[in-house]
Design a protein around this ligand. Structure first.
Ligand code: PMP
Length: 425
């Protein structure tokens, strides 16, 4: 008993020590974009939910590819092509490890979360959805996890069912359990809400859906950059995310899918690379993962994501998560002190997103003034219009934090909000 206690304590101390020894100031210096002034003021970048910044190492890696390595992948016999293919495929191995997928073929390259979800909706949906089948989504989905399902529903006669949420921004789980039925053919839910920061109880969702043999897709766009995600532990069927929200470049993303499901699914797009044999009579498909990767891919950015993953691993996702929680707690505490600031989304489990309104000042007006102070926030509906409809508001101001932000950024935001209040009297 005593030994266990000591071990637990040592473990805690070890974790805390690693967190405290990370030099976050040095980390911040590795992001060149953050070292500039905007409207004469040092930039405070709080729009990481929309897109995060790249470290110098990723920028250098992409430059190196363009300056010394460029050539098309997969089809060339010459040195550059083979080398490029190796580098590009190396990223797949790194992603597999990062998300703890069981097989390399389960990591499908896409252009981002949106593309990944469209792939599943069109490929899986076209094969399996029938008239009257039901697809369960939630009220807090990003449009990327609504519209593709609406489109396939229209094509197949399936219908959407929606898990409602509370005013705190938490899913009503009793309603979810009641929505599950023999008609349900897919559950597609956001892991972490980009508009509210809510971390959803995805384990419970997956377990309940699997008890009825229903597959689950998680939109992990806001989860992968901020926490450890483990495909085998989650036992999720499909998982979608984007490179540009995890210190990687734009134009690249991942669809994780269980091998046995992907094997049975038809290709999404046709063209080069995804084929085995082509005749005018019939074409056969390449093996996974290439069956879903038609045409020349975004090679440079794919290689760039590999470097970003090395970077995140070097810091450690546990540390990133802990630091971002620290920042979220500080931001919540400081913003709550300002009269007339209303925080939208107060789920018990939250990631580093803080959505708010300042009195009755329109979010766009607030964002414009904050920009004048060098503070980059996002304003509007955050591609989650049903969330805004829930609260009957036009949108919010959203500060989304990353590990390279600091307390000073939050103090500047607080000053900025006070200035917005003064400005609008
Ligand atoms: N889902 C969520 C939760 C998001 O935050 C985003 C990006 N705002 C997306 C999907 C879409 O990602 P992308 O535009 O990279 O495809």
């Amino acid at each position: 008993m005593a030994t266990t206690e000591v071990l637990v304590m040592e473990d805690t101390i070890k974790k805390d020590t690693t967190r405290l020894t990370t030099d976050w100031q040095a980390v911040r210096k590795q992001f060149p974009v953050l070292q500039q002034k905007v409207h004469g003021q040092p930039l405070v970048y709080l729009d990481n939910g929309a897109s995060s910044q790249m470290p110098q190492s990723t920028i250098d890696r992409i430059n190196r590819y363009h300056s010394a390595e460029h050539s098309n992948v997969h089809r060339g016999i010459h040195t550059l092509s083979q080398r490029g293919t190796d580098y590009y495929e190396e990223t797949r191995k790194k992603v597999k490890k990062f998300i703890n997928a069981r097989h390399l073929e389960e990591v499908i390259y896409t252009t981002g979360t949106t593309d990944s979800i469209n792939l599943v909706a069109q490929s899986y949906g076209r094969k399996y959805f029938r008239e009257g089948d039901e697809i369960i989504l939630s009220e807090m989905e990003h449009h990327a996890n609504i519209v593709p399902w609406q489109m396939i529903a229209e094509q197949t006669g399936a219908v959407l069912r929606v898990i409602p949420m509370t005013d705190n921004g938490e899913l009503k789980m009793d309603d979810f359990h009641h929505l599950l039925s023999d008609r349900t053919k897919m559950v597609a839910v956001v892991h972490v809400s980009n508009a509210l920061g809510t971390i959803n109880p995805v384990e419970e969702i997956i377990e309940a859906a699997h008890a009825r043999d229903i597959p689950v897709l998680l939109d992990g766009a806001q989860a992968v950059p901020h926490s450890v995600v483990d495909m085998q532990k989650l036992d999720v069927d499909f998982y979608a995310f984007s490179a540009h929200k995890m210190c990687g470049p734009t134009g690249f993303g991942i669809l994780y899918g269980k091998k046995e499901l992907l094997q049975e699914m038809p290709p999404y797009r046709g063209g080069g690379d995804m084929i085995d044999k082509v005749t005018f009579e019939k074409t056969t498909w390449n093996d996974l993962p290439h069956k879903f990767e038609a045409g020349t891919p975004p090679i440079a950015v794919g290689i760039g994501l590999g470097t970003s993953l090395d970077y995140l691993n070097e810091i450690g996702m546990e540390q990133i998560e802990a630091r971002e929680h620290e920042l979220l707690d500080y931001a919540t505490q400081e913003l709550s002190k300002i009269e007339d600031v209303r925080i939208i989304g107060s789920s018990a489990k939250k990631a580093s997103v803080i959505s708010f309104l300042i009195g009755d000042i329109h979010p766009t007006d607030a964002g414009t003034i904050l920009d004048q102070k060098g503070i980059a926030v996002r304003t509007g509906h955050h591609c989650a219009q049903p969330v805004m409809q829930h609260y009957n508001i036009p949108g919010t101001v959203r500060a989304s934090l990353s590990f390279y932000n600091n307390e000073e950024d939050i103090d500047r935001l607080v000053e900025g909000i006070k200035y917005v209040k003064e400005f609008f009297g």
